[in-house]
Design a protein around this ligand. Structure first.
Ligand SMILES: Cc1ncc(COP(=O)(O)O)c(C=O)c1O
Length: 454
């Protein structure tokens, strides 16, 4: 056995004590969300019908670092700190001088990074006296994470699951039910928003969000929880990047490039923001790459505009790269990346040129995932497979340049519930849907009339 380390492990006492709030360091400062009715800037009181005040305060906080409650750190101990792994076998397979590291979040109970925010959200809602949380889920990762977190704090959980994922991933539903949640196929006939969308049986995250927000707004004892996009969600995920930073120090290296997939932006923000802060403060130099599907190319082809977070237009409007709130993406297997917009914080960084976005087709993404599985062993979820595709490009570029570049990427979930997608890929049956110019033009024509963003 060589003495070359593969895993870089921290102790439970090394679980971060604070979250990193990048809002404070963002170039240009934050743009306010707009009220869906008046299109005027929305403030904390507009959010109280569906969120507890503690999370609203985190959403708009001007503090650069926010303490993590001890109860949350205690729950994090169930799976955190997560390992950082040097992908030595993938490096050999790619014949690259690059050093490739991945932060593996698939060790959480739900199998992805999503419990990092589900736990503090359930905790703060329980503390505020809320009895029930309603949410949407795409790939099923977020719904199962919230179901798990609700079970820790004695809350009921009601999940609207995007129709195409509900059909593709029946065991995600079983998982949620095992943790005690109620699961509905979206669009459902239980809500007005769902009934209005019966013509789109595959559903979308935007439709499922409308259903969950409608349920939460209608009941005093029920709040809504979102698995991505919002500032406080990305904030909670920064435990990933802070741990990775300490682990890269253990490895004696500093990333040249940080890569992660983007659906709503929480895994990307979670891994990248602590490093982005170093760059914004002039303490380090590095590149950031966001990977997304060509079937839902928000960052690479979307318009930078104010848009609703959901299909029915119930949520505040946020400044983001959007394909239009009523856009229903093709039912690709990376269900977690089928969202029409992205986190305003991530969009702001793309707009400022600090983050480069790239889009990949479904087949090339699965080819990368299989190559990874056959060298590193872990079968990735289809979402981070997009990041792996980008990492392979980076590693090949390092080989061409003859440089030992250091690449860090987020392996934000395993693919154990996505094996039907692997079956389809291995049988040569996967489609490569593209987003057409006509779809973009039609979506832009339906965007709400709001001021352009500078
Ligand atoms: C494994 C996995 N990765 C990525 C995502 C995309 O979300 P985000 O961009 O917020 O990380 C999801 C969403 O469900 C997911 O399940």
């Amino acid at each position: 056995m060589t003495d070359e380390p593969v895993k870089f492990l921290l102790a439970e006492r090394d679980i971060p004590t604070q979250w990193v709030n990048l809002l404070v360091d963002l170039p240009g400062g934050p743009l306010p969300p707009l009220h869906p009715g008046t299109l005027e800037p929305a403030g904390p009181p507009d959010l109280t019908p569906i969120f507890p005040m503690a999370l609203i305060e985190q959403e708009v906080s001007g503090e650069p670092d926010i303490d993590i409650p001890e109860e949350v750190r205690e729950a994090y101990k169930l799976w955190r700190p997560t390992p950082l792994i040097r992908a030595r076998r993938l490096e050999r397979e790619l014949d690259t001088p690059a050093h490739i590291y991945y932060k593996y979040e698939g060790v959480s109970p739900a199998g992805s990074h999503k419990p990092n925010t589900a736990v503090p959200q359930a905790y703060e809602n329980a503390r505020a006296g809320i009895k029930r949380l309603a949410t949407e889920t795409g790939a099923g990762q977020w719904g199962s994470s919230l179901a798990f977190a609700c079970s820790l704090f004695g809350l009921e959980c009601e999940v609207f699951m995007v129709g195409s994922s509900y059909d593709q991933k029946p065991y995600r539903r079983s998982m949620m039910q095992t943790w005690g949640a109620t699961v509905h196929r979206s669009p459902s006939t239980l809500t007005e928003s769902g009934r209005a969308q019966q013509a789109h049986p595959t559903g979308s995250l935007g439709i499922a969000i409308s259903e969950a927000v409608e349920v939460a707004a209608a009941r005093e004892d029920t709040n809504y929880a979102l698995g991505s996009v919002l500032n406080h969600v990305l904030l909670h995920q920064t435990v990933i990047g802070q741990e990775a930073m300490a682990q890269m120090e253990m490895a004696g290296e500093q990333p040249d490039v940080v890569v992660a997939c983007v659906g709503g932006g929480s895994n990307f923000g979670g891994l990248a923001f602590p490093f982005v802060r170093q760059v914004l403060r002039g303490q380090a130099k590095m590149r950031f790459v966001a990977a997304e599907p060509t079937a839902c190319p928000t960052l690479t082809r979307g318009a930078y505009r104010y848009d609703f977070g959901d299909t029915a237009g119930l949520t505040p409007l946020m400044p983001m790269y959007t394909l239009g709130h009523d856009f229903v993406p093709a039912p690709v297997h990376a269900g977690g990346l089928r969202y029409h917009g992205d986190a305003p914080m991530v969009c702001g960084l793309v707009h400022a040129g600090l983050v480069e976005a790239r889009a990949y087709r479904q087949n090339e993404t699965f080819a990368a995932a299989v190559r990874f599985a056959r060298s590193e062993g872990i079968i990735p979820a289809p979402e981070p497979a997009h990041a792996i595709r980008a990492v392979i490009e980076e590693a090949e570029a390092a080989r061409e340049a003859g440089e030992a570049r250091v690449i860090l990427f987020g392996l934000c979930g395993h693919g154990h519930f996505d094996l039907s997608a692997y079956d389809a890929y291995l049988a040569g049956e996967l489609q490569d849907p593209e987003f057409s110019e006509q779809e973009m033009d039609e979506a832009l024509a339906r965007l709400p009339q709001t001021p352009a963003i500078a």
